[in-house]
Design a protein around this ligand. Structure first.
Ligand code: PLP
Length: 502
């Protein structure tokens, strides 16, 4: 069967194979790479039910990775989804009535970013060989808290690669911050920035398009790439768990093969939800997508009105990984619902840049019919954590609580009793202060690290191995920089790196 190539959302340049798209990260015209077609993958094959997560991942990635052999894909999958996940099922499903939490946080950094960032380094290394890349690949990463650590874990000490991470210095939880600032590995650099996630993401995107900088770094032997969800190599591995969770429900006889489910995703940069829409296009039976936001509900408003409007205040919430106003991956979705029209997509993106807003036409808007969207504020989020714990003894983090609450609103509005998959995106141990506050047992004097132990004591949940000794690890990355200084700092970091490689 033929596999797709990859093309930019913003122009009709000749399609390139996966290996080139994953190395480049972002297209030279500023667009994002998308597959030239979405392959089919029907669930109506009873063989599938008995596959392990790894076997399923091999099948699904095998449909997409243009120039990778089955052996190369198998090697990447087996290296990624191994014992660094604390649950051998990789993405286990916990069910409460008709809602089914896909627990995507059993990887090394306790958030769903591990699902893709555990495999991305292997995909990139293979792709670099195929593309005969001689430069060192520099992974520039903007993070709202979770991508940064997951990327650092994935790329630390990987030969031929270095990684530089920028996070909003006051916009992440203490545990997220400590996870990043204690990262070891000579090829890692981490900077707090005085600004929010959008500032970090815009700054990084600008570097990708800075031709003078790119040319001078190439002479020094460096080439930029991305570990953000703008990289197509982040997106494709996320399709797998929607299939695996669906098949899990069939295996447990909660649904019949072919039955449609609803899918709820707590959404920030729109990568996770986009992967779910790709799964549906491939053949996964999904009835309604529920897009859940926090008080930064620019996406909710877009889904309802067809207008994306950035002119609004940025709010810091208890679900910081979703504190985003510019959802990068929405561009890929616009491309899809415009019928693959790069001119239209480009015009919308230009409008956003110039006017801070755009409105899609009625034809595109009609594609939003299978979407419901809503948002939860912080008090609602914390209240949801408490109710889930009191009624069901199940502890969720703040992001997952946003999703659960928006889904509950959807059910009370529509009466829809369809079985529903909820993407559970982080461990409650990553957001201990909010979770303990929600449970009504937070000692405000205790540090976030003390609260790890108290949460465990209170709920009986075991502390995840990977954060047990976090507070004792030495802090090695201490710098906070101005949001306009990314270029200066990247240049200085790579100069130092150059000397250490030589
Ligand atoms: C990144 C993140 C999200 C948002 O995911 P997107 O793919 O950016 O929409 C939600 N929850 C958590 C915990 C995250 O780390």
């Amino acid at each position: 069967m033929s596999k797709p190539f990859f093309t930019s959302t913003r122009s009709n340049q000749a399609p390139i194979p996966f290996s080139e798209a994953v190395v480049k990260g972002i297209a030279p015209d500023g667009g994002l790479y998308v597959p030239t077609f979405i392959p089919s993958f029907s669930v109506e094959d009873s063989e599938l039910m008995h596959l392990s997560y790894q076997a399923l991942a091999k099948k699904i990635l095998g449909l997409y990775l243009t120039d990778f052999s089955d052996e190369e894909i198998a090697a990447a999958v087996d290296a990624a989804y191994d014992t660094k996940f604390s649950d051998s099922r990789i993405a286990p499903v916990t069910s409460i009535d008709r809602t089914h939490f896909i627990e995507l946080y059993h990887g090394r950094t306790l958030a769903f970013k591990d699902m893709a960032l555990s495999i991305l380094p292997y995909l990139l290394k293979t792709a670099m060989n195929k593309q005969a890349i001689e430069e060192e690949l520099v992974i520039l990463t903007a993070t709202s808290g979770d991508t940064g650590k997951a990327a650092l874990e994935g790329f630390a000490n990987v030969a031929g690669v270095s990684i530089i991470v920028f996070y909003p210095t006051d916009g992440v939880s203490d545990i997220q911050k400590r996870q990043m600032t204690t990262q070891t590995g000579a090829n890692t650099a981490v900077f707090g920035i005085n600004g929010n996630f959008d500032d970090a993401q815009n700054g990084v995107k600008a570097l990708f398009l800075d031709e003078a900088l790119i040319a001078s770094l190439k002479q020094e032997g460096f080439l930029f790439s991305s570990a953000n969800s703008i990289n197509i190599g982040r997106l494709l591995p996320q399709i797998v768990y929607y299939y695996s969770a669906y098949l899990d429900l069939v295996r447990r006889q909660l649904i019949q093969l072919g039955d449609a489910v609803n899918v709820v995703v707590p959404t920030g940069n729109f990568g996770n939800l986009l992967a779910a829409t790709y799964a549906k296009q491939m053949g996964l039976p999904v009835k309604t997508f529920i897009c859940a936001s926090n008080s930064n509900h620019v996406l909710t408003d877009f889904m309802k009105t067809g207008t994306y409007d950035l002119k609004r205040p940025f709010v810091m919430t208890a679900s910081p990984s979703m504190d985003i106003l510019i959802s990068s991956n929405l561009e890929r979705f616009l491309y899809t619902i415009s019928g693959g029209n790069s001119e239209k997509t480009n015009a919308l993106m230009r409008n956003l840049k110039i006017n801070q807003t755009y409105t899609i036409d009625p034809e595109m808007k009609s594609a939003l019919e299978c979407f419901y969207s809503g948002y939860a504020n912080d008090p609602e989020t914390l209240d949801t954590i408490k109710q889930l714990y009191d009624k069901h003894g199940y502890v969720v983090d703040t992001h997952t609580a946003v999703a659960y609450k928006v889904h509950a609103d959807y059910v009370s509005k529509t009466g829809d009793q369809t079985h529903t998959l909820i993407a559970s995106t982080a461990s409650p141990f990553k957001f201990t202060r909010s979770v303990m506050t929600a449970l009504g047992t937070c000692d405000t004097d205790a540090s976030d690290f003390d609260l790890i132990h108290r949460l465990s004591h209170h709920t009986g949940l075991a502390i995840p191995e990977v954060i047990k000794n976090l507070s004792e690890k030495p802090i090695v990355h201490t710098r906070t920089i101005d949001k306009d200084d990314l270029k200066v700092e990247v240049t200085a970091t790579l100069k130092k790196r150059r000397r250490s490689i030589l």
